[in-house]
Design a protein around this ligand. Structure first.
Ligand code: F0G
Length: 457
């Protein structure tokens, strides 16, 4: 058998820059030890996010040229509508400029103060939109997800008992929807099984609560169903995707991930009535209902990307690369959320930097160290991201302190993965000498991680 190789060849390249440790020390200090505040040109390998950072295909670039920029009723809108119907099975949708805008349009319409929106590790903007409206976002992720060394195939699942307990105890008019995130980004890019989707959907039906699927990485989720769940081996990704969405009433999508565009998103509905209700906030905040914050060309590229992103070989190439990085880290004995996620490796910072106190932000400290080591930029998924409790204003310390290394789609090569693994190993080898972290000097009231300022503890 021949070795594995990518399902594409490269037509255009972009230069990236190396730097010295001395330069990086200066730059990260100027950025107040916040990786978001760094100039991108100061980064060698950028693993901040896999969102909007993928490489579009030649077909997507061609689709851009055919974009129809008419204000209303553009052909690009109908291309996007057809892709959403054919691939996902939804009749109604509103384009938005990205995923959080889809959340804004939906939640502005269906949430009121005091509501409860259970989920499986809501993404930070999703939780932000819920809590900002003085609603609660209880986490119903399975307990196993908090044990990084436990290797189970569907670590992103929602715990049906936790969900049912909330639905039993809450007046049902206070639960406008349940959010199932596929894959579960915050728990480590871990998938949700079809079995779990069915179970959660059945509970939602029993209590008459709509099921919303946060679908940024739905295609990666389908790949894991195909490769890990009994009965799906011989189904195509598109067949699996169709089946997944039979169970959803609403979906929001940040299309910057699995539709491989640099910008764009949408909210889709099975209910015509809800689609009509949401139109108002779309028009007010995003744009008219046939473009909602997107250019015609971007809608065209998105439609093409949905098709490519749900092809098996695209997903196999991508997920294989993330697994490749995971295997390298295994060789060096470095602890991360196991198994490797769809879009990223999540380093277990608590297990690596055992001397840094949690009050000094363990995962953030690891992120700064990795940047200093090799100019590699990850992102903290720990207590800075977890923010303060909206009521007590105390820092929240989640069970896990993770440093996410998100791999952009079709962007870096396996040689880059080797560099990342070697850099992580170097930090790991000197972990005993890292005893101090960082303290906050300035922060915003919601979603502080983007702009927080820190200094050495
Ligand atoms: N839902 C999930 C699961 C996400 O991962 C994201 C974004 C969003 C919603 C919001 O979408 O960025 O288009 O507004 N995640 C990015 C990340 C930013 O780095 O994980 P957006």
């Amino acid at each position: 058998e021949l070795p594995f190789s990518e399902s594409y060849k490269i037509k255009m390249v972009e230069r990236i820059r190396r730097s010295t440790r001395e330069q990086r020390e200066k730059w990260i200090k100027e950025a107040h030890y916040n990786l978001f505040q760094l100039k991108a040109e100061y980064v060698f390998i950028d693993l901040l996010t896999d969102s909007g950072t993928g490489a579009m295909s030649d077909k997507q670039w061609s689709a851009l040229m055919l974009g129809d920029e008419s204000y209303a009723g553009a052909s690009s809108y109908y291309n996007m509508k057809k892709a959403i119907k054919d691939i996902l099975g939804f009749d109604y949708f509103l384009p938005t400029h990205q995923g959080r805008a889809a959340e804004n349009v939906l939640f502005s319409t269906i949430l009121k103060e005091g509501d409860v929106v259970p989920g499986n590790s809501h993404f930070d903007t999703t939780k932000g939109h819920i809590e900002f409206r003085k609603c609660q976002a209880p986490d119903c992720t399975i307990d196993e997800a908090a044990d990084t060394q436990l290797e189970i195939p569907f670590k992103g699942n929602m715990d049906p008992d936790k969900l049912e307990k909330i639905l039993k105890e809450t007046p049902i008019e206070k639960v406008p929807c349940v959010v199932l995130t596929v894959t579960n980004n915050t728990a480590g890019g871990q998938p949700v099984s079809m079995k779990n989707i069915k179970e959660i959907s059945a509970i939602c039906k029993k209590y008459n609560v709509p099921l919303m699927m946060d679908s940024a990485r739905f295609a990666e989720n389908a790949y894991f169903i195909k490769t890990r769940e009994d009965g799906y081996k011989d189904k195509t990704i598109k067949e699996i995707v169709k089946e997944m969405y039979q169970y959803a009433d609403i979906m929001t999508m940040s299309s910057k991930k699995d539709a491989i565009v640099n910008m764009g998103g949408f909210v889709a509905f099975k209910s015509e009535e809800l689609w009509r209700k949401c139109q108002m906030f779309c028009i007010m905040n995003e744009g008219y209902i046939t473009y909602g914050g997107m250019s015609g060309r971007d809608m065209n590229a998105l439609a093409q990307g949905l098709d490519e992103g749900t092809e098996f070989d695209t997903l196999e190439t991508r997920i294989h690369q993330v697994e490749y990085l995971g295997k390298k880290l295994d060789e060096y004995g470095i602890p991360y959320q196991r198994p490797a996620g769809g879009h990223a490796i999540f380093l277990d910072a608590k297990k690596i930097l055992t001397h840094v106190p949690k009050e000094e932000f363990i995962a953030q400290t690891l992120g700064v160290e990795l940047y200093l080591e090799a100019g590699i930029r990850g992102v903290e998924i720990g207590s800075i991201l977890a923010d303060r409790d909206p009521v007590t204003r105390e820092n929240r310390y989640p069970k896990l302190e993770l440093l996410r290394l998100a791999i952009p789609r079709r962007t870096y090569t396996d040689n880059h993965m080797d560099v990342i693994a070697a850099a992580v190993k170097n930090v790991y080898d000197r972990r005993e000498s890292i005893t101090k972290g960082y303290v906050i000097t300035a922060e915003l009231p919601v979603m502080r991680h983007f702009t927080v300022q820190l200094e050495k503890a």
